[in-house]
Design a protein around this ligand. Structure first.
Ligand code: ADP
Length: 309
């Protein structure tokens, strides 16, 4: 197969690993900087150009689109889809998962465990908003934040009120969330490929820090999941429509609650802690899906030919 990897940096660990895994399985692979792709959006003949070259002949595309380039990146990916190139994750699923509020609404609709979450626009409604999530301590999140930046723990009602007022004053979109104290500064990253959790790790923030992000100094270790946690992660991936993703779960006393579903999960931490070749599993998934589509196409052609005869 000929596989494109949409990544801004060919030296990133995850990109390097995907290239290695694709080559090891006998595929031709090319890393493309998504911001250097440009498109001709014409009926019947969509095309993508790259530094003056017409990109053709790709069978599959692996999107590794950073949060800051979601808009342009998903447009490029959509163009690949219009050219019948199989995407490891579809553009529509990536856009869906990048909207934190929309994701939570979709997960809630399917009855997946979530922290109690509130959202409001008007400062006059702050008191009720705080009451809805059970009062302080509570967590305030900027919808645009990543890597733990823009996630605040307000320990008292007054702190919560003033932080919410400040964010609203800046016209920032925020959500207010029940603080899952019993998670004790840790969360669980479940790596889902297809309909399975293929690896999981527990991330623990440094002492005194409630955020477990590795970028904020957290550390990772292997963890055994309960069947309920596994089922929750797989369902969350399915609701978002993502074939490959990282589902972040908090261990609440009432059971697992999903915090976020990440459509471009980093491979370093999870491969290091699990010792598993996740990049290889991702390429295998593409092969299986691709074969299935090929078989379906062939049988369609057969049916059509038979119909004609
Ligand atoms: P980001 O997308 O910026 O990483 P998250 O929503 O994942 O933001 O939050 C960052 C970290 O903060 C999480 O990994 C988790 O450890 C902690 N955290 C987030 N929400 C809660 C919550 N409601 N209760 C307890 N801890 C939380």
């Amino acid at each position: 197969m000929k596989i494109a990897i949409l990544s801004r940096n060919p030296k990133l660990y995850s990109t390097v690993r995907l290239v290695e895994a694709a080559k090891a399985r006998g595929h031709e692979v090319r890393v493309l900087d998504v911001l250097r792709c440009y498109m001709n959006i014409t009926s019947h003949n969509p095309s993508i150009h790259y530094r003056g070259e017409d990109l053709t002949g790709f069978d599959a595309v692996i999107p590794r689109i950073g949060a800051s380039v979601t808009f342009y990146g998903t447009a490029v990916l959509r163009q690949f889809e219009m050219m019948n190139v199989f995407p490891l994750n579809e553009s529509v699923a990536i856009s869906r998962s990048r909207d934190k509020l929309r994701s939570i609404q979709l997960l809630a609709r399917k009855g997946i465990g979530l922290p109690v979450t509130g959202f409001a626009n008007n400062p006059d409604d702050i008191a009720d908003l705080i009451a809805q999530v059970g009062g302080a301590p509570l967590v305030i999140k900027l919808l645009q934040g990543t890597q733990g930046i823009g996630v605040v723990l307000a320990e008292t009602y007054n702190a919560a009120e003033s932080v919410i007022q400040a964010f609203m004053g800046l016209k920032a979109n925020i959500m207010v969330q029940e603080f899952i104290k019993e998670a004790d500064g840790s969360d669980i990253r479940c790596l889902v490929v297809g309909d399975k959790v293929v690896a999981a790790m527990k991330r623990q923030g440094p002492k005194g820090e409630f955020r477990s992000n590795l970028h904020r100094g957290g550390s990772a270790s292997e963890v055994r999941l309960t069947p309920e946690e596994r089922a929750t992660a797989v369902s969350a991936a399915k609701v978002m429509g993502l074939n490959v993703c990282g589902v972040d779960i908090l261990r609440a006393s009432r059971g697992p609650v999903v915090m976020e579903v990440n459509s471009s999960p980093g491979l370093k931490g999870i491969e290091d802690t699990s010792g598993k070749d996740i990049a290889d599993l991702m390429i295998q998934f593409i092969e299986k899906r691709f074969d299935a589509v090929e078989i379906k196409d062939k049988s369609l052609t057969r049916t059509r030919t038979r119909g004609k005869g």
